[in-house]
Design a protein around this ligand. Structure first.
Ligand code: SF4
Length: 425
């Protein structure tokens, strides 16, 4: 188990690699002038205090020569949000589940990967801003990552993978061929499985029962009916590359302990069991949250309790906006055109920007990089929701004026970072 629960090996970085990349980012951000941010970070995270002190005695020449080494080893993972379109309709979806007209094209996704690979990233992470397999760029992106030598972690609802006719219409192959192709591209797959009861799973996903084709699997003498795509994954991929994803919401929390974890153990697969994210259509909604005690019972099965990867991941949303974490809607953060342009990987002429400069020049992204205690996505979404709730009626719910870092400076001062979970009723 890691701080991300029972996650795939490729998304769990050894502490020495994390420490090294954090130091590299410190050096880079030092060179970019974010000294106050680094000082605050080193105060809170004393493991890095001596490195911060040592940096201050470096000459300009020392910094310049170390910068080149640090730059090539400053990212560990690249998060790409493919299409916002989805064929499910989950009530607690953490995205706004919208296809975007200005979505990045395949060549742009690949060019982003080229840049982030040069910065050290060896993992492509596709969590879904919708259902990623519906994106026309899907295979081009996954195969490009593979050709670079990157591994991929994919989250999918598996609807397409369950149906031969649909997968043939989309990709001109059978579902089994699609699974084999994923396996040949070093992809590890989390298949959504929020319940082992088909009717309940369909209800939680807001779909009709026949949206999936179903198949039986046997585990420890028990028979389960699961989406057929999951069975194909189990039959055609190594078990350490197959996992299930489940949101530990009120509707699933008991079943996770009683059924889903034993299923994962019986199959010898991976799992990504995560607390609900208060983003997208679940923004500001607390009614589906389990209480802290219930979540606590999941212990180390629970992913995302602390998230150092905010330092070494880059998140590129479907419309090209870079944000500090995966579980933000860019529209919540950057609603005005000026801010959007500032955080877009696209230049106004459509060419791709230099991502290294973009993520290190900007004080807001630099500040976020060092908020590694807890889950920054959760903290900021909670803060945004409460901030929104106290706005005068009629005021914009989104940030629309002034520099974005001011909003987040307010967030930090507010102590909004300490979001409390509801006690058990
Ligand atoms: S949670 Fe995933 S599968 Fe469900 S509606 Fe949102 S994007 Fe689609």
């Amino acid at each position: 188990m890691t701080e991300h629960g029972n996650a795939f090996a490729s998304q769990s970085f050894p502490p020495d690699a994390e420490g090294r990349v954090i130091r590299h980012n410190m050096l880079i951000d030092f060179a970019f002038g974010h000294r106050r941010i680094l000082r605050d970070f080193a105060r809170e995270h004393t493991d890095f205090a001596s490195y911060f002190r040592a940096m201050q005695s470096l000459t300009i020449e020392d910094v310049a020569s170390e910068l080149e080494v640090a730059k090539k080893d400053s990212l560990l993972m690249t998060v790409l949000m493919l299409t916002g379109q989805c064929d499910a309709n989950c009530a607690i979806c953490y995205t706004d589940r919208k296809a975007r007209f200005s979505g990045l094209q395949a060549d742009e996704f690949c060019a982003v990967l080229d840049q982030t690979y040069a910065l050290g990233s060896r993992l492509l992470y596709i969590p879904g801003e919708g259902e990623p397999t519906l994106d026309d760029s899907f295979w081009i992106v996954v195969e490009h990552a593979h050709s670079l030598g990157m591994e991929t972690v994919l989250f999918t609802n598996g609807i397409l993978l369950s149906k031969d006719a649909a997968v043939f219409r989309k990709w001109r192959m059978t579902a089994e061929e699609a699974v084999l192709r994923l396996a040949s591209c070093s992809v590890s797959v989390y298949h959504k499985l929020w319940s082992v009861y088909p009717e309940k799973l369909a209800r939680l996903m807001g779909i009709k029962l026949d949206v999936y084709d179903w198949a039986a699997i046997a585990v420890n003498g028990r028979r389960y009916t699961v989406p057929r795509g999951l069975r194909l994954l189990l039959e055609n991929m190594p078990r350490n590359r197959v996992g299930i994803q489940v949101v530990a919401g009120k509707a699933s929390i008991v079943e996770i302990s009683e059924k889903l974890i034993p299923l994962v153990q019986g199959l010898g697969i991976k799992s990504y069991i995560e607390p609900p994210l208060h983003s997208g259509r679940n923004f500001g909604v607390r009614s589906q949250d389990p209480c802290a005690e219930e979540l606590g019972l999941l212990g180390s099965w629970l992913a995302r309790s602390a998230c150092p990867r905010i330092v070494y991941e880059i998140v590129v949303h479907n419309d090209g906006i870079i944000s500090p974490g995966m579980a933000f809607r860019p529209t919540d953060l950057f609603s005005d055109p000026e801010a959007k342009g500032r955080y877009s990987v696209r230049n106004s002429d459509g060419s791709l920007r230099d991502i290294f400069s973009l993520i290190h020049e900007d004080p807001f992204l630099a500040w976020c990089r060092y908020q590694i205690s807890g889950c920054l996505c959760q903290q900021i979404n909670d803060w945004l929701a409460s901030h929104q709730a106290t706005r005068p009626e009629g005021a914009s719910a989104q940030h629309s004026a002034g520099p974005v870092p001011d909003l987040f400076g307010a967030f930090a001062r507010d102590g909004g970072r300490q979001a409390e979970r509801a006690p058990c009723q």
